[in-house]
Design a binder for this molecule. Structure first.
Ligand SMILES: [Zn+2]
Ligand SMILES: [Zn+2]
Length: 294
């Protein structure tokens, strides 16, 4: 008996629901929201009755955009666009374009960052020096978190004077070859490494004087590099510097210590010329040709 009553009750409910629905369908007049609904590309007005009907569907009308993050050698720029009708936001990235800047003079933060010691923790640095126009030396330094591998190249490009500085808990193990070509090891302190062998640190210490003269550098549209051809006087040395930034890094740095009045660094320069080239930022590594047990 209870079962029959329950069935009847359910039947009633179903019937009244059906009646209600059909009545709604007949009487529904779309009423469109004052607010926009949107997706990535379009905006539109939905019917508030949630029937799925919509009107006014159209692509967003983006404003002219506003830079929310300036780009430089280090940072991707961000520009925010807002749809003038629905308020939908869209962010676009843009690359640094030095020729596009308000000034062609290198900024202080750019220069300071180029000389930041931390940038030279994982980099290959090649050092060239010429003296009175003659080839003098070429040295390659692979600088990593775990140590330093250095070698010299002679005029024929032959590697010699290899040296490994491998970090230990207390300092560094320095490996050099003796006259018989056998690797010998000596242990040095962290401090001695920093003062004698940490070329990244020494580079920063010695040449940050150029970073302090950032105002004197100018960007050359033609050469795509920052240049300085006026004097930098530091500790009784007068120097002339050329720098190049590529892919947001300092990649080239050359300077002259002129012994004469000549300033044409690219051809005949009768003075001392030193050139640093930096590459493989973040990917420099080396392996030692012998077993090392710490
Ligand atoms: Zn509707
Ligand atoms: Zn819109």
């Amino acid at each position: 008996m209870k079962k029959i009553l329950a069935l009847l009750l359910m039947l009633c409910i179903c019937l009244s629901l059906a009646a209600g629905l059909s009545a709604c369908k007949k009487e529904h007049v779309h009423e469109y929201s004052a607010f926009w609904t949107f997706d990535e590309d379009y905006h539109w007005h939905d019917c508030v009755g949630n029937c799925g009907s919509s009107v006014d569907k159209a692509p967003h009308e983006w404003d002219e955009g506003k830079v929310t993050q300036e780009a430089d050698e280090e940072t991707i720029g961000l520009r925010l666009y807002v749809c003038k009708l629905c308020g939908k936001e869209r962010v676009e990235k843009f690359e640094f374009d030095p020729s596009n800047g308000p000034t062609t003079t290198v900024r202080e933060d750019q220069m300071k960052r180029a000389f930041d010691r931390d940038r030279f923790r994982n980099v290959t640095m090649t050092f060239y020096a010429t003296d009175s126009g003659e080839f003098a030396s070429e040295a390659v330094y692979l600088i990593t978190e775990n140590g330093l591998y250095r070698y010299l190249l002679d005029e024929d490009g032959v590697k010699h004077d290899e040296r490994y500085y491998l970090a230990t808990n207390t300092g560094y193990d320095v490996y050099t070859k003796d006259e018989k070509g056998i690797w010998q090891v000596e242990t040095i302190s962290k401090q001695r490494f920093a003062t004698n062998a940490d070329y990244a640190g020494r580079f920063v210490d010695q040449y940050s004087v150029f970073a302090d003269n950032y105002e004197k550098f100018e960007y050359s549209e033609q050469d795509k590099e920052y240049q300085l051809f006026s004097e930098i006087i530091a500790k009784n040395n007068i120097s002339y510097a050329v720098m190049r930034f590529e892919a947001k890094r300092l990649t080239f740095f050359g300077f002259l210590s002129p012994a004469s009045n000549s300033l044409d660094y690219s051809t005949d320069f009768y003075g001392n010329y030193q050139e640093f080239r930096f590459e493989n930022y973040g990917t420099t590594s080396f392996t030692v040709p012998f077993d090392v047990a710490h």
